[in-house]
Design a protein around this ligand. Structure first.
Ligand SMILES: [Zn+2]
Length: 285
């Protein structure tokens, strides 16, 4: 199998998995990969991603002009091109509408809490790119803000996009985002997540080298500061300085209380609330 045939086969396989896992409906979603410095291979327009064959792919240049193929490239190609322009280290892009992650994207809730060690180590934080009309220049512009510092992001009221060193690695990041969204949803239904402390996050990210993970960006030094445009660091919600590795999410406890008019706290949650109040008092001085 030639290198290009392998790329075609990888896109077909990633499309099949996206379909099997329900990440797309109808003709949704698109996948692309670099062939070389002048050419990209991408999925065609108007084809269900679970039913593609290798010959259906379209070859385009980095301006989006078609070079070969019987079909036309996806209308979301400009978003892919924007990612390649900003990320010379990346060779593939995957876009889909996985339902739980897209639910978060639609509710305006980013996946930026330090909750799962695996996600902290691989993707870090998963922000929401602001809403842009699909297939227009708005979507690439929205993605541009975060793509330098993130390998995956939600797209407001639309879906998610990921990138990676090859097709399958970009696809697996999509799986990680959807899996993380499902777990976050369940944890919130059960009363809220415990958060991983900042110290532990730094330890986890320090392990990236050991697993051969090229981290897209470091954590922002002061998460409360407005991030640059475009972002060059990641904002991750991870409480600092408590000495504990897992910390109850104080805000979730308070939110539940305001809904039910009743507060039931575990010892850990009470301690965290008091620590938070003391910290706020100190910051006020
Ligand atoms: Zn889409």
């Amino acid at each position: 199998m030639s290198a290009e045939e392998q790329l075609r086969a990888d896109i077909v396989e990633a499309g099949r998995r996206m379909d099997a896992r329900g990440y797309v409906a109808s003709n949704d979603g698109n996948i692309s990969t670099r062939i070389d410095k002048d050419r990209l291979l991408t999925t065609p327009k108007s084809v269900p991603k679970g039913y593609m064959t290798p010959d259906m792919m379209v070859i385009v240049d980095y301006e989006g002009r078609k070079l070969a193929g019987d079909r036309d490239a996806s209308s979301e190609l400009p978003m892919h091109l924007e990612i390649y322009r900003n990320r010379p280290d990346v060779n593939a892009v995957v876009h889909a509408h996985p339902p739980t992650a897209t639910g978060f994207a639609t509710a305006g809730i980013p996946l930026t809490r330090a909750v799962l060690a695996e996600v902290v180590t691989t993707l870090g934080s998963i922000p929401i790119a602001e809403y842009g009309t699909p297939s227009t220049a708005e979507l690439p512009a929205a993605v541009r803000k975060y793509i330098k510092a993130h390998d995956g992001m939600l797209l407001a009221n639309h879906g998610a996009v990921t990138c990676g060193r090859d097709v399958m690695s970009a696809y697996y990041k999509m799986e990680t985002i959807e899996h993380f969204a499902k777990i976050s949803l369940v944890a919130r239904l059960l009363g809220g997540e415990n958060l991983i402390s900042r110290e532990e996050v730094e330890r986890l990210q320090g392990l990236r080298g050991m697993y051969g993970i090229a981290a897209p960006a470091p954590l922002c030094a002061d998460p409360s500061e407005d991030i640059d445009d475009p972002a060059l660091c990641q904002v991750l919600e991870a409480p600092e300085g408590t000495g504990e590795r897992l910390i109850p999410d104080v805000n979730a406890v308070l939110k539940t209380a305001s809904r039910t008019g009743e507060i039931r706290l575990t010892y850990g949650e009470l301690t965290a609330l008091i620590a938070d109040a003391v910290k706020n008092l100190r910051d006020l001085r």
